[in-house]
Structure formats: structure tokens, C-alpha cells
Write a protein of this length. Structure first.
Length: 119
């Protein structure tokens, strides 16, 4: 079985920081890009940041300069360092990856971790 497990969400004041982590577990052969999405109440899920296996990154305009995505290919983990948080960053954050494993190649989503930002 392959799964993505997120951690690190919580409550933070505006201007504060949080670090999210996502670990891919299972009999994994290869992970392509790893991506963080978020979904706020009443809104569509949106891409926050993505990182390729080679380390190339891309960010949503709304978080560029404040968030940093990184990954450890040896540990199959991806992190999202979130600084200067704003109330509009509050959402459930989801980790996503396309993974090739003993089960074949498919998309995987984590269950999500809640980020709350108080003003």
C-alpha cells in the first residue's frame, strides 16, 4: 500500500510561520513532481507549490516569496515552509504526487492538514 501522510498544520497568528511535511510511504519505485494544494471553505482546490524530482519549483502568485517548497528524494518527503502567513492562507492543505510503485503508476493524495491563521 502506498500513502501520503501530511503533518504540521495548526493555528498561527497572521505574520507567523508553519512548516508542513508530507511523507510518502510504501513500496515506491519513483515519485515525479510533488505538489501542495489547498482548499478553503467554499472555494475550489488550488495549487500552492510544486517541485519536480530534479528540484525545480513553481509557486502560486499568492504565495511566491513567502512559501518555500523542498523535498528529500531519499526519504520521499516534501515540505512546505510557510512564512508571513495571512488570514487568506487558511485552508486544508493537501499533498499530491504521482507515484510509481509495486502497485503501478497512479495519483495519490494525502488526507489533508488544517492551517488556521488568526488575524
Amino acid at each position: 500500500q502506498v500513502q501520503l501522510v501530511e503533518s504540521g498544520g495548526g493555528l498561527v497568528q497572521a505574520g507567523g510561520s508553519l512548516r508542513l511535511s508530507c511523507a510518502a510511504a510504501g513500496n515506491i519505485f519513483r515519485i515525479n513532481a510533488m505538489t501542495w494544494y489547498r482548499q478553503a471553505p467554499g472555494k475550489q482546490r488550488e495549487l500552492v507549490a510544486t517541485i519536480t524530482s530534479g528540484g525545480s519549483t513553481n509557486y502560486a502568485d499568492s504565495v511566491r516569496g513567502r512559501f518555500t517548497i523542498s523535498r528529500d528524494n531519499a526519504k520521499n518527503t516534501v515540505c512546505l515552509q510557510m512564512n508571513s502567513l495571512k488570514p487568506e492562507d487558511a485552508a486544508v492543505y493537501y499533498c499530491y504526487a504521482h507515484i510509481r510503485s509495486i502497485l503501478g503508476s497512479r495519483d495519490y493524495w494525502g488526507e489533508g492538514t488544517l492551517v488556521t491563521v488568526s488575524s
